[in-house]
Design a protein around this ligand. Structure first.
Ligand code: 5AD
Length: 450
C-alpha cells in the first residue's frame, strides 16, 4: 500500500484541510506514513500569512527533496494550500512535482495517483472551483493510535471578503463561500456518532457565515442560526468557533452565550491594533471604543469568558503613540491569550505599498515589549483560577507527561491532572491547585471519582 505524509503550517483551517486530505488518501487505499523519509507522497500544506511561514515550508521542502534524492526513491512531492495558490507553477521543479491550490484539495489523492503511476510527470492546479467549500468534510479522527478523538474542527466556509490591507488571504482563499446549515449539521452528527464531544466551527470570518445565502431571522444572523442548529445535535457537549470579526459580532451573538449552554465561554477576537488611526489604515471596520464596548458586553453576558486575540505590531505608519494605544488596550482588556505578530509585507496587498514602513528593529522592539505585557497579563489571569473548580473535557494523555491526562476548560485553558484512560471523553469538575505560565494543574485527590 502506498503511504502519505502531510505536514501542516499555519492556522486551524489548514490543520482541518490537512485532516480532510489525509482522510481522502485513506479512502483511496493509502496509509499514513510516520515520516517524510518513508512516504510515497509527501505534501506540505502551506501558509502565506507571514513571510516566515513561507520560508519554513520552502526550507523543509529543500531538505526533504535532498533526502529523497539520496534515497533514489520515486516520490510525489507537493505543496498544498495558500502558498501553492499564490506562487503556483514557480514551485514546480527541484523534486517538486505537485502544486495544488486552496480550492483543489479534494483532488489531492487522485492527482498523486496519476503521478505515482507515471501517467503525468508534474501537475499544478490553482483554478477556482465552484462548490469546493463543501469538500472539506471527511475526518481521520483516530490518527496513529486508537485513542478516541474528543474534539474536532468543522469547516463552515472558505474565503474572505474583508480585504484588510495587510492580509494575503483574500487572494489565496478567494471570495467568501459558505456551506449549507444542513451539510454542516450532518457532519457534526457524524462526528458525534464517532465519539466527538466538542466541535469548533472554523472559517476565516465565521461571523460572515451565510451572509448572501441565508436571510436574517428574528434578528438572528445566519451564523447564530447555524450555532442553534449545531447546538441541537444530541450528544454534542461543547461548541466553539474561530475566528469571528469584531465588526460582525452583533448582540444576537453576544446573547447566544447566555442562551446556548453548549456554547463555551471563550472567544478569539482579533483586534490587530489599539489605535484608531492604524485600524483605519488596516481597513478593520471598527474603532478601539467599539472593540472595548464589545468586550464589556461579552463579559456582562459571561463573566468567566476567556478572551484571546491577534495583534500586529509595526504596521506601516504605526507611530510610538499608536503603539502606546495598543499597549493601553491590552491593559484595559486583560486578554487571557494573545498572539503578537511583527508586520510582514505581503505581495500585492495595499499595506505593502504604503509609505512609512516601520524599520525591522522597531518592529522587533515593539514585538518584545507587547509580548512581555500580554504574557504577564495571561499568567495573572491563569493564576486567578487557582483554588477554583473548573469543568474539563478530557482529551487524552498530557502531551508533556503521558502518564497524566489533559483537557480544556470551557474558557479554553489547558488543565493537566491525574486520571485513567476511562476518563477520556468525559466532562469532569477539576479543582485547580496551581498554574504554570500557560497550564493549569488539578489535584488528583479532588478529581471526581467517575
Ligand atoms: N503580517 C503580520 N501578521 C499578519 N497577520 C495577517 N497578515 C499579516 C501580515 N501581513 C496576522 C493577523 C491575523 C493572523 C492570522 O495573522 O493578526 O489575525
Amino acid at each position: 500500500m502506498p503511504s502519505v505524509f502531510i505536514k501542516t503550517y499555519g492556522c486551524q483551517m489548514n490543520e482541518r484541510d490537512s485532516d480532510a486530505v489525509a482522510a481522502q488518501f485513506i479512502a483511496c487505499g493509502y496509509t499514513l506514513a510516520a515520516s517524510e523519509a518513508v512516504a510515497d507522497v509527501v505534501l506540505l500544506n502551506t501558509c502565506s500569512v507571514r513571510d516566515a511561514a513561507e520560508q519554513k515550508a520552502l526550507g523543509r521542502m529543500t531538505n526533504v527533496a535532498a533526502t529523497i534524492r539520496k534515497q533514489g526513491r520515486q516520490v510525489v512531492l507537493g505543496y498544498l494550500g495558500c502558498m501553492a495558490q499564490s506562487r503556483g507553477r514557480e514551485l514546480l521543479g527541484a523534486g517538486v512535482n505537485l502544486v495544488l491550490g486552496t480550492q483543489k484539495l479534494h483532488r489531492a489523492a487522485e492527482l498523486a495517483d496519476e503521478l505515482l503511476a507515471g501517467r503525468q510527470t508534474t501537475l499544478c492546479d490553482t483554478e477556482a472551483e465552484a462548490g469546493s467549500e463543501a469538500q472539506i468534510r471527511d475526518h481521520v479522527l483516530a490518527l496513529n493510535d486508537s485513542r478516541p478523538v474528543v474534539s474536532a474542527y468543522v469547516s463552515i466556509m472558505q474565503g474572505c471578503n474583508q480585504r484588510c490591507t495587510f492580509c494575503i488571504v483574500p487572494q489565496t482563499r478567494g471570495e467568501e463561500r459558505s456551506r449549507s446549515i444542513e451539510d454542516i449539521v450532518a457532519e457534526c452528527r457524524g462526528l458525534v456518532a464517532r465519539g466527538v464531544k466538542e466541535i469548533t466551527l472554523l472559517g476565516q470570518i465565521v461571523t460572515s457565515y451565510g451572509r448572501r445565502l441565508i436571510p436574517v431571522q428574528d434578528g438572528k444572523s445566519p451564523f447564530v442560526q447555524l450555532l442553534e442548529a449545531v447546538h441541537a445535535v444530541e450528544g454534542l457537549e461543547r461548541i466553539r468557533f474561530t475566528s469571528p470579526h469584531p465588526k460582525g459580532y452583533g448582540t444576537d451573538l453576544v446573547e447566544a452565550y447566555a442562551r446556548l449552554p453548549k456554547l463555551c465561554e471563550s472567544a478569539h477576537l482579533p483586534v490587530q491594533s489599539g489605535s484608531n488611526r492604524v485600524l483605519k489604515l488596516m481597513h478593520r471596520g471598527y474603532t478601539r471604543e467599539r472593540y472595548l464596548e464589545l468586550v464589556g458586553q461579552l463579559r456582562t453576558a459571561q463573566p468567566r469568558i476567556g478572551l484571546g486575540t491577534d495583534i500586529i505590531v509595526g504596521f506601516p505608519g504605526e507611530t510610538g503613540e499608536d503603539f502606546a494605544q495598543t499597549l493601553d488596550l491590552v491593559q484595559r482588556v486583560q486578554f487571557d491569550s494573545a498572539y503578537v505578530f511583527k508586520y510582514s509585507p505581503r505581495k500585492d496587498t495595499p499595506a505593502a505599498a504604503m509609505p512609512d514602513q516601520v524599520p525591522v528593529e522597531v518592529r522587533e522592539e515593539r514585538h518584545a515589549r507587547l509580548l512581555l505585557a500580554v504574557t504577564e497579563i495571561g499568567q495573572a489571569r491563569l493564576q486567578r483560577l487557582v483554588g477554583q473548580t473548573v469543568q474539563v473535557l478530557v482529551e487524552g494523555p498530557s502531551r508533556k507527561n503521558p502518564a497524566r491526562l489533559e483537557g480544556r476548560t470551557r474558557s479554553n485553558q489547558i488543565v493537566v491532572f491525574e486520571g485513567t484512560p476511562r476518563h477520556v471523553g468525559q466532562l469532569l469538575d477539576v479543582h485547580v491547585t496551581r498554574a504554570s505560565a500557560v497550564t493549569l494543574y488539578g489535584d488528583p485527590a479532588i478529581l471526581n471519582p467517575d
